[in-house]
Design a protein around this ligand. Structure first.
Ligand code: DON
Length: 304
């Protein structure tokens, strides 16, 4: 049995003392004020044991991490039909890149880049009765925690500055790949990204993807095969043009967000979440990636 608590404490200490902490995202003005000295890490093992270090109970903006939960809900609602509207290939480009979308006739490369996530938001808007309320409840149920909420200041901040997302949504609409009005889809998308959760809440919410047992069917309403596919998409597309680097350094399926969070998992073993708001040049948490590399190296627990 490994001493996970000591390993997390050690990783946290290294991160807190790091000189280079990356740059906090400022293109969503509300996110620019977050202190980059925050560092949290939380591990939940398959037997339900929890270990945390640093600021692992401080809520942060989950941003693109929400795209995985939106995808799971869309797969639970319409199954295989999702793949008529979005592909499953890595893009090799930044999360907000538009060129491929135009060349590929409005079919996004995958559901984790912004254009793909906007298509998934459109699916949720079409199939949920009260989309924002129902999606929030889904996340709360997964995490078993009713304290999780949208941050409307962050959602509005992105509404005022998210010009590339408006461009992506308009392109999708021009290719008939959005059923609902652009403004309605983006209002939902900006809200899903604004959800605030702590590392421990994220680990709990993503537990179903590491656990082939009851949680999948009971709460997430997914099959094992659908969970396998979500993990595959996280491995190949979860870090945009840094997906190869994350697989190379860390060796786990995972997903990052510009709020500085990263969630990653080893199926049948554990879920791990880190939060460090400073990002690297590709928009992924600088110290989060380093921390996860240390974790899989020290514990020898990765998929490879
Ligand atoms: O749409 C956006 O640009 C943000 N709401 C989310 C982007 C994001 O988190 C990219 N991930 N690293």
């Amino acid at each position: 049995m490994q001493n996970f608590k000591a390993i997390l404490d050690d990783i946290c200490e290294t991160a807190k003392n790091a000189k280079e902490k990356g740059t906090v995202a400022s293109y969503i003005p509300e996110l620019a004020a977050v202190d980059k000295n925050n560092f949290g890490i939380h591990l939940r093992t398959l037997d339900g044991l929890d270990y945390g270090a640093g600021n692992f109970e401080t809520p942060f903006s989950i941003q693109s991490i929400s795209k995985v939960l939106a995808l799971s809900k869309a797969m639970a609602l319409i199954g295989e039909s999702v793949w008529k509207r979005v592909d499953v290939e890595p893009s090799g480009h930044p999360f907000n890149q538009l060129a491929l979308l135009e060349i590929e006739n409005g079919i996004p490369r995958n559901p984790l880049i912004n254009s793909g996530a906007i298509v998934i938001a459109d699916i949720l808007l079409s199939h949920l009765k009260n989309p924002k309320e129902d999606f929030l409840n889904y996340v709360r149920e997964l995490a078993n925690d009713t304290n999780i909420n949208y941050n409307t200041a962050v959602a509005n901040s992105e509404k005022n500055t998210g010009f590339k997302n408006y461009a992506a949504a308009n392109l999708l609409k021009s290719f008939n790949n959005l059923e609902n009005p652009v403004d309605a889809v983006l209002d939902f998308y900006f809200h899903q990204c604004s959800i605030e959760m702590s590392c421990s809440q994220v680990s709990k919410a993503f537990f179903f993807l590491s656990n082939k047992g009851g949680d999948l069917k009971k709460i997430a309403q997914l099959t094992e095969s659908q969970a396998k596919r979500i993990n595959a998409i996280m491995l190949t597309c979860g870090f945009y043009d840094e997906a190869g680097e994350f697989a190379f350094e860390v060796g786990l399926p995972g997903k990052s967000g510009v709020g500085g969070g990263i969630v990653a998992l080893l199926p049948d073993h554990y879920i791990i979440t880190t939060w460090s708001p400073g990002l690297n040049k590709k928009g992924n948490s600088l110290l989060g990636m380093l921390a996860l590399e240390q974790f899989t190296t020290k514990t020898k627990l990765s998929i490879f």
